[in-house]
Design a protein around this ligand. Sequence first.
Ligand SMILES: [Zn+2]
Length: 349
Amino acid sequence: MDTEKLIHDVVKSVMRKLNGNIAQDASTNTTLGLGTAGGKLKMAETVASDRKIVCSISVKHVHLCREHLNILYGKDYEPTILKELYQPGNYAYKETLTIVGPRLNAIQNVRILGPLRSKTQVELAKTDCIILGIDAPVRPSGKLEGTTSCVLIGPKGAVYLKEGVIRANRHIHLSQEDADYFAIKDNDEVDVRVPGPKGLTFNNVQVRVSKDSVSEMHIDTDDGNAADAVNGTLIEIVNASCIAPIGPSTIADSNKIPPYIPDNSISGEITDPNILRNMNKAMEMQGSVSSANVAGSGSNIGTAKTTKTVITVADLDNYKASGINLSPGVILSPLAKDEAIARGIKIIS
Ligand SMILES: [Zn+2]
């Protein structure tokens, strides 16, 4: 098969040079007269013109376990389904959460996705991580060992999540039929090309084959924005030996456009006193947030019952005379720091 493929590629490139018509060659894939030989060769021949996969952009979201939902929303709380997602049996709930990082920055109204899982998992893009001041690793869903921590806050309580914050790896859910067609099996990694003016090729895209899946690529908002891809953008599975000239970006038929995860999240410094109170509670119960963010260590998680004083802009009047002493037990929010400097309040570090 490898020899056959090599010959095929050489013939193809010679034909291109002779024809001087690359575009036509790439769009038809029928000029070589080699026919389809099945297996890997079939994939190489059909990539440019044939079967495409819809893209879906996964905005930041949280999967919850029952225990954490009980804490965040109340015992035996039943969330309401807001929207069915593209993969059968997956949905966005009406309910949202606030995610807080060690810098006291928060992202509010982050969507909870269903169904409930055995372990809580927070999926963010790099940009979200920067806002929160955390460094979440790239992981496949469910591989949470040694991942990053955060605080989750709901209307009824807060959870200090010791690990479970990831940037989800690029992946494609493939139907069994499409997997057979491309000759790809579960857990293979492929390259995926997004066409258009910001077109690019994503590497290390994990394939997940299941008889219950419909074919759909999942990438985070940073990857999506980099390629100018939206929900429904049609992408191509490629391998390195069959790159053809890139065409314009196209969108799937309306019945094949994956639904967006409804996103009303907002990010910035926390000013809501309820969120602050809940966050302090979670930090008192579990030790400080920042301690858990030291990659790989986390030695004092759950042991040191520290109480941290959080100083926001609203508290600044209390520190006019004394100044702010930045001891390890004090968190001065970034906004409050700027304001303190502007007001001439002394910050002792
Ligand atoms: Zn997925």
